[in-house]
Design a protein around this ligand. Structure first.
Ligand SMILES: C[S@@+](CC[C@H](N)C(=O)[O-])C[C@H]1O[C@@H](n2cnc3c(N)ncnc32)[C@H](O)[C@@H]1O
Length: 361
């Protein structure tokens, strides 16, 4: 291991994201960092599938990483403390990587090789496969890869075959999914691919051991903007009764379950006949309008939990999301309603984000 004086200190944070959303991650992170009272600058390459925040502060980047809770980030799929990216020579990619790890003084329990979520990234699979074993064995021999190292994980983020950035993640403040991506199998009986958005939202926002209580058989739900029925299909698959609100047609098989009441009404004005367990909404409309409608549901306690999508066709997506979430948070607080509120750009979301709200009492 390098002595303390010789160590390379990580000076940046690295975030993965959906290609095309780099500016959103960069703006979100820069704003949050500023609110936390830190200095630095965000950097990204359009369509690169990642953004960096280079810390310009006397305090170490590790400390900023600890303060910036991954769970609260909207557009980042993964959050790492990182060293500067490294150009590699094709004849010997291993040696500089080993040297950088050893001078960083890092130790870890596992190594993940990852790439941007792009076609170029996928093409690096062969190179990564060839390097995985030799690198692991070299790092194990040098004592950096250990059986016990606080759950820390080394990430090698291959920007291309000649460029890699080394990052470190910490349990409790990271995505536990490779590339920060939750891959789900499309259920062939579901009426639309949108179904995966609601399923992913549940994985993201509801701990697995609470599903049997919070997504239970016999619960009552409303699905606003339900047609053709992908989200309703998920609710019915959990054994819930669903008010499906949409002018459009629901796919036949779903209606045959007897679990769905299809009402051709306006989701923005429809009111449930009694208190429900769940509200879900996938209506394509202005984010502020959708948020105001869900806010009314929550303040009147018409549901206990809600999942809704905010469609973001605009350029400044982070600003729009932040505005909606702040207004919603303030309105709920002013109404004396305690909630758990989270928002994420999920893997199955495209130009949209998914919000989850749960009433706490
Ligand atoms: C993105 S699609 C929903 C897809 C659905 N979540 C699924 O998984 O199949 C949006 C739906 O919202 C409906 N919609 C738009 N405005 C609405 C409104 N004011 N009230 C109810 N539904 C509306 C549209 O008819 C459309 O079917």
């Amino acid at each position: 291991m390098a002595s303390l004086a010789d160590r390379v200190v990580p000076d940046q944070l690295l975030f993965y994201c959906r290609p095309g959303f780099e500016a959103d991650v960069a703006t979100e992170v820069a704003e949050r960092v500023e609110r936390l009272g830190w200095q630095g600058r965000a950097e990204f390459i359009e369509q690169g599938g990642f953004a960096c925040f280079v810390v310009d502060d006397e305090r170490p980047a590790n400390e900023l990483h600890r303060q910036l809770k991954f769970e609260q980030l909207v557009f980042a799929r993964q959050s790492l403390v990182a060293l500067a990216p490294m150009g590699l020579n094709r004849d010997d990619r291993m040696s500089p990587i080993l040297a950088q790890v050893m001078t960083s003084g890092w130790s870890f329990e596992s190594i993940w090789h990852e790439t941007p979520d792009t076609n170029e990234g996928k093409a690096l699979a062969g190179l990564i496969k060839a390097l995985t074993r030799p690198l692991e064995s070299a790092l194990r021999k040098r004592g950096a890869l250990r059986r016990k190292a606080g759950g820390r994980r080394l990430h090698l983020f291959w920007m291309d075959g000649d460029f890699v950035q080394l990052g470190m993640s910490f349990p409790g403040n990271r995505s536990e999914l490779p590339g920060g991506i939750r891959r789900l199998r499309f259920p062939s009986a579901a009426p639309s691919r949108s179904t995966l958005k609601l399923e992913e939202a549940w994985h993201e926002f509801i701990p697995r051991d609470e599903w049997s209580v919070r997504l239970a058989e016999g619960m009552q739900a409303a699905d606003l903007g339900a047609a053709p029925g992908g989200w309703t299909w998920q609710l019915v698959a959990r054994g819930m009764h669903v008010f499906a609100i949409d002018n459009g047609p629901m796919k036949g098989d779903l209606m045959a379950t007897g679990m769905v009441e299809h009402l051709r009404e306006d989701g923005f004005v429809w009111e449930p006949p009694y208190r429900l367990d769940w509200l879900v909404c996938d209506i394509v409309d202005k984010p502020a309008r959708v948020t105001a409608m869900v806010q009314r549901w929550l303040i009147r306690r018409w549901c206990r939990e809600a999942v809704f999508n905010l469609k973001l066709p605009m350029k400044r997506r982070w600003e729009e999301v932040d505005r909606c979430l702040v207004l919603l948070g303030e309105a709920l607080e002013n109404a004396g309603i305690r909630t758990e509120l989270r928002c994420r750009h999920l893997y199955h979301d495209r130009e949209e984000v998914t919000v989850h709200v749960r009433l706490l009492d």
